[in-house]
Design a protein around this ligand. Structure first.
Ligand code: SF4
Ligand code: FES
Length: 297
């Protein structure tokens, strides 16, 4: 199957899912020198919700936020002080910095509750949704925020997600669309089917995958999870093209079972498990066909 490389954008620069890069007017920014590439730190715990969102003792935090102006070849970190409210999320702090300190700070966000997948960043070197990480849950008082990897940087924390969504389009996005939902009947064994449909297309798995970072041609965990999902429940669609795609050299065979994609996924999609399952399916099909050929079947 031929893989489309880019999605179309409309005149406002919106991508196919309607996520706009919130790009403010450019304002000169003073900042520190760029750091060396930063190693991944421990995974930020997802923020708590509900009753344990108690107001905590104020605590001072120092933010180091990656800045990149459109057209810049090199970025740098700017520092911002956050004087209190450890119950706030990283996204709360970013929005406050933009509101009160620097109107040129660029980031994506929409839902504010870990549903839209737009606020993907790296916090202290680890992929996370900025709206889902409470400051109180992070170790130390210095918080480094950088864009996710594997997608072209646009400005500051915003990356161009067109390539990521093009990969998903390749598989055909087997999500329940509005037109299907009204007549959808839950199939038997639905538990096996819900895993991929939790995917919010945040791109964190692609950013965390060392194979995808080393080889841009590798289609990556989210699209392969979508392919596995389609193979599980094709809904009348022919499986041949998606299995052909999965069998390509830049597809399931590139995966090295490093499992970082599943470790960072905020929605428990477990793309690594799905990729491994798809690979097993292809391997069994190949063995079956060799056996049939050798037995003259
Ligand atoms: S599989 Fe998980 S990490 Fe990857 S895009 Fe979907 S929700 Fe995000
Ligand atoms: S703002 Fe929607 S996932 Fe964070």
């Amino acid at each position: 199957m031929k893989r489309p490389r880019m999605l179309r954008r409309d005149a406002r620069g919106q991508d196919a899912r309607g996520g706009a890069a919130l790009i403010d007017p450019m304002v000169p920014v003073r900042g520190s020198e760029p750091d060396a590439p930063t190693p991944a730190g421990p995974r930020p715990e997802p923020s708590s919700s509900g009753s344990d969102r108690a107001v905590l003792e104020p605590r001072a935090f120092r933010f180091r936020i990656w800045r990149l102006r459109p057209g810049d070849r090199k970025g740098h970190f700017d520092e911002f002080a956050w004087p209190g409210r450890p119950e706030a999320t990283v996204l709360d702090a970013l929005l406050e910095f933009r509101r009160s300190r620097d109107r040129s700070l660029v980031m994506r966000h929409s839902c504010m509750h870990a549903s839209c997948g737009l606020c993907s960043v790296r916090v202290n070197g680890r992929e996370a949704l900025a709206c889902d990480v409470r400051l109180a849950d992070l170790p130390g008082s210095t918080i480094r925020v950088e864009p996710i990897r594997g997608q072209a940087p646009l400005a500051d924390l915003a990356v161009d997600t067109a390539d990521f969504h093009a990969r998903m389009e390749t598989v055909g996005l087997p999500l329940v669309r509005g037109t299907e939902a009204s007549r959808a009947v839950a199939p038997e064994g639905i538990a096996a089917y819900t895993r991929f449909e939790n995917c919010i297309e945040c791109g964190l798995c692609l950013s965390a995958c060392p194979v995808a970072r080393a080889d841009g041609a590798y289609i990556g965990p989210a699209a392969l999870a979508a392919a596995a999902r389609l193979a599980e429940e094709p809904r009348g669609r022919p499986l041949g093209p998606v299995l052909e795609l999965a069998a390509e050299p830049d597809s399931v065979w590139r995966c090295r079972d490093i499992m970082e994609c599943s470790a960072v996924c905020p929605e428990a999609v477990d793309p690594a498990r799905l990729v491994i399952g798809l690979r097993r399916r292809l391997a069994l099909a190949a063995v079956g066909s060799i056996f049939r050929r050798s037995s003259g079947g």
